[in-house]
Design a protein around this ligand. Structure first.
Ligand code: SME
Length: 153
């Protein structure tokens, strides 16, 4: 499988943020870039924190769960811990929320803005064990880049 070029992704996100850093277009294009740049994904996108729970944000893939309580599923666990969660096999993760039954592995990375958690980046693959530690570090870097550049209400 082709490795993802996270340097290139970060550059592309910087260029997009120069045009408009508003979180809606920036996260929408970031979801599209991640979905294109990372092989073997069936879903890539964001959940954003609103009134204490995660709400579906910009994404690529099949329609998905709209609300995820903090502490539930892989996304809610990453939000609660404020740290990345890499799940090699979702069938072995208690409480995994199956939005797309094709998903077999998942990587969720928190998104911070001005030091506060504002949501998570969620990546799903139909292959077990799709995500490596390199991917975790790479997506954390992308989430950091987004958090530094975006304008959020
Ligand atoms: N599987 C996620 C829910 C979101 S979808 O994968 C898009 C979870 O367990 O949090």
């Amino acid at each position: 499988m082709r490795e993802t070029d996270y340097d290139l992704l970060a550059e592309q996100i910087r260029a997009l943020a120069e045009t408009d850093p508003w979180y809606v277009p920036l996260l929408a294009n970031a979801a599209a870039l991640l979905f294109d740049a990372m092989e073997d994904l069936n879903w890539a996108g964001f959940y954003l924190l609103r009134d204490g729970k995660l709400v579906l944000g910009p994404f690529q893939g099949k329609h998905a769960c709209i609300h995820i309580p903090v502490g539930k599923g892989v996304c809610g666990t990453a939000a609660e811990r404020k740290e990345s969660v890499l799940v090699p096999d979702v069938h072995a993760f208690p409480g995994h929320i199956a939005c797309d039954s094709a998903s077999r592995s998942e990587l969720v990375v928190p998104l911070f803005y001005s030091g506060d958690l504002i949501g998570v980046t969620d990546l799903d693959s139909p292959s077990a064990g799709r995500f490596s530690e390199e991917d975790r570090k790479g997506v954390e870097r992308i989430a950091r880049t987004l958090g530094e550049l975006l304008e959020f209400p």
